[in-house]
Write a protein that binds this ligand. Structure first.
Ligand code: PRT
Ligand code: ZN
Length: 214
């Protein structure tokens, strides 16, 4: 028997962490999750888990520092790394949407022509604008995007939405979802047959867990 382990990258802390750990547990995989640990090994499955910032996961998987990762589709498609999306995981559901001030009237994407849009997702917003033949100014900001219109920094924002209450509390209305997102399993494009065999076992368990929930 080989002692090869598949290396999985998951979010260290944040919205996807607990659900990622729970999914592994439901797959019958035991991982000790020491606080402040960078990595951990499963005791009963050939898996090593790396705890990382979600934004870094696509790069680590492309570079084969990790073989697979659990990460939001929003991050996968924003980063445009050469990795494969293998399986939807059913948690971390949200949408990336354009939002504008409550009083304003949005009838189509043409509303955005010549406007300033604040976002942490410049690549996905640019794709959306191009697809709609619109020219607008994108202001990339890393957090608290929803306050941008209120302080005069932007005419519109593009941010993740789940319940909608953040938008509501900031006097904004969601007008255009541009991407539906959830956590997915991604993999490096060049797994060895041995690594792929371990992944297939993991996928079989993940699919069983998903089926049991339906
Ligand atoms: O530290 P690290 O870089 O790893 O974490 P992070 O702060 O970048 O990400 P984190 O933990 O906030 O989110 C991780 C992932 O969770 C995202 O990339 C999405 O794939 C997913 N996800 C699901 C969400 C949400 N739902 C969500 N609602 N990520 C963020 N939000 C934020 C949103 O940005 C806005 O500020 O929640 C607010 C809106 O929520 P509602 O319910 O008020 O609409
Ligand atoms: Zn992040």
């Amino acid at each position: 028997m080989s002692n090869m382990k598949l290396r999985l990258a998951i979010q260290k802390s944040g919205r996807l962490h607990d659900d990622s750990m729970r999914l592994l547990k439901e797959c019958g995989i035991d991982i000790s999750n020491g606080v402040n640990k960078l990595k951990s090994e499963a005791s009963n499955f050939p898996l090593e888990v790396f705890f990382l910032r979600d934004d870094d996961i696509p790069q680590y998987v492309e570079d084969a520092v990790a073989d697979i990762g659990f990460v939001g589709e929003n991050v996968v498609y924003e980063k445009k790394k050469k990795i494969d999306v293998v399986e939807k995981l059913g948690f971390g559901k949200c949408r990336l949407s354009i939002a504008i001030s409550k009083g304003e009237n949005y009838t189509s994407a043409a509303f955005l022509q010549g406007k300033r849009i604040a976002t942490s997702y410049p690549v996905l917003v640019e794709d959306f604008l191009k697809a709609n033949n619109i020219t607008a100014e994108i202001h990339e900001i890393s957090g608290s995007v929803e306050i941008a219109p209120g302080i005069g920094l932007a005419d519109a924002i593009c941010d993740l939405v789940s319940s909608g209450s953040t938008l509501f509390m900031n006097g904004l209305q969601e007008v255009e979802p541009i991407l539906q997102s959830q956590a997915v399993l991604v993999k490096n494009e060049q797994l060895s047959p041995e690594q792929q065999a371990i992944l297939d076992k993991l996928l079989f368990r993940i699919q069983s867990v998903k089926k049991a929930k339906n």
